[in-house]
Write a protein that binds this ligand. Sequence first.
Ligand code: 5CA
Length: 467
Amino acid sequence: MENFSEWFHDISEEVNITDARYPIKGMSIWMPYGFQIRKYTLEILREFLDEECEETLFPLLIPEAELAKEGLHVKGFEDEVYWVTKGGQKDLNECLALRPTSETAMYPMYALWIRSHIDLPMKYYQIVNTFRYETKHTRPLIRVREITTFKEAHTAHATKEEAAEQVETFMEIYKNFFDCLGIPFLICKRPEWDKFPGADYTMAFDTIMPDGKTLQIGTVHNLGTTFAKTFDIQFENKEGEHEYVYQTCAGLSDRVIAALIGLHGDEKGLRLPPVVSPKQITIIPILFKEGKEEVIAKCDELKKLFEARDLRVNIDDRDIRPGKKFYDWELKGTPIKLELGPRDLKNNKTIITRRDTLEKIDLELDDNLLNNVIDVLEDMDEKLYNNAWNNQEDKFKFSDDLEEIPKLIEEGNVVAFNWCGDTECGQEIEEIVDYDILGIYEELDEDATCITGEERANYIALIAKTY
Ligand code: 5CA
């Protein structure tokens, strides 16, 4: 992919994922095909989350007084908040914020709901739209001002240990979720100067997009007792004493779908993992005057056969050349195209084309057809996954030379280096290299020195060009 940015833009429009021509910058329409991909992605996400949390839905508007309560938090978001100031012609008594995220909407309610240790842990999530007046260059799905698919989970616990465990649990859920989509990731503990406003620490998932820039695709924050103190969320422990709760939150966004599209796609278009593809098998009848009815009847029969195993199947019976249909579905990334013409029918066979390798496979129209097709779909899941992880490994480099780092990053790599962990030192590195430190990737046991010179290195950190 020569120019990822152009590819991403063109493909989004060509296959109807989003339309960015809406007259507000940073806000787009989810078009039907994109909406379907989003729907199946959310189904998987909900399946994972419902095991851990309960889904809720909070109001979009937050009173200014609540938003302003947590100093660190409000400082982090003050330049990004959209305000509602009028109701009709009248100025509102109190300005209302469009949620940039929902801590300050949820936690005043948590303070009402949480009374005693038996109310804990409390684990709620919601999937909503949030608004951030982003000043950096906006791009559909990647950096938007209306995040349409913001999944935020918010938990409260009786102990610090439990909150730390919850962070690990969310990370496990994210790993499983990204694995399902074949999206590779790097996990870092964000540096102090880049953690979520109000958090004790932030664990972040980044993926390397085809242009070598990293995209933060998910975050899990340990909030400690900061918000509990601000919003007075206390519980009575078993001994009858009042204590503040320990909190965590975890977020994902539209970026997951950007990664899904960007990481698997190729020059010919999308390559969707079967689990999220709107159609998993597209049947293309090859019709001639003679034998037309028989071919159509067989296509219907095959559709029913596949649907009985919960596969998503369509028959492209548009009155256009089969070649054009092939082109369209290749672009859309349907995992399997199945063609069937009168001659195939006579020979009792069909040809399927798998989208990942573009390999054509002859299959008998026999009792094994369904299982053969399912095997191909499963193999495709695995190949897309392996391919994406291999690409990531190719772009992961280690360096112990500050001068070499910018060059490696310009070539599309993420660079690992030894670091002492000191904030001042980290910011100096960012200045010298002129890229962002993603955070701590690994703790170091062996003796090593920080890339800047004398200090002992405690960590391997990552640095990259970021979205
Ligand atoms: N309240 C916490 C967790 S729910 C929170 O807001 N965390 S966040 O600020 O890190 O956002 C969660 C995730 O949303 C990020 O990891 C990132 O993947 C995504 N995100 C943030 N801003 C944008 C944006 N402007 N466009 C698309 N996705 C975004």
